[in-house]
Write a protein that binds this ligand. Structure first.
Ligand code: SF4
Length: 110
């Protein structure tokens, strides 16, 4: 079973416990259809706007053995209030540059 590290929006922590992320990961649904069920081994926030801390946090999760970094849907889709992160593309590019192409990156979770 692959190991996943989730990065979520710090602004959303107040209103969302991330339950759906754990459900879809355990069941291999939605963003995890191609991987099958996965284990979430790390669950961090971006560190707050504009999300620069996501880069070092992603690297830390890679160092600790994740196979996949997934950006939670609060970032890319704006769940649960329909307010996506305005910095998402920049954060994703910076994370991707830092961790390299061997680690899979998912744009959303559910
Ligand atoms: S940078 Fe984006 S993901 Fe991070 S707290 Fe701000 S809005 Fe949320």
């Amino acid at each position: 079973m692959k190991k996943v590290g989730i990065i979520r929006c710090q602004q959303t922590e107040d209103m969302c416990p991330g339950t759906s992320d754990f459900k879809v990961a355990a069941s291999g649904k939605l963003a995890f259809e191609s991987t099958g069920p996965v284990e979430i081994v790390a669950f961090v926030s971006c560190g707050g706007c504009p999300g620069k801390r996501a880069v070092s946090r992603a690297q830390m999760m890679v160092d600790r053995g994740v196979d996949i970094i997934a950006f939670a849907s609060c970032i890319s889709k704006g769940n649960p209030i329909g307010f996506p992160c305005p910095h998402f593309e920049e954060i994703k590019k910076a994370v991707s540059r830092k961790i390299g192409s061997e680690i899979e990156i998912l744009d959303y979770t559910h």
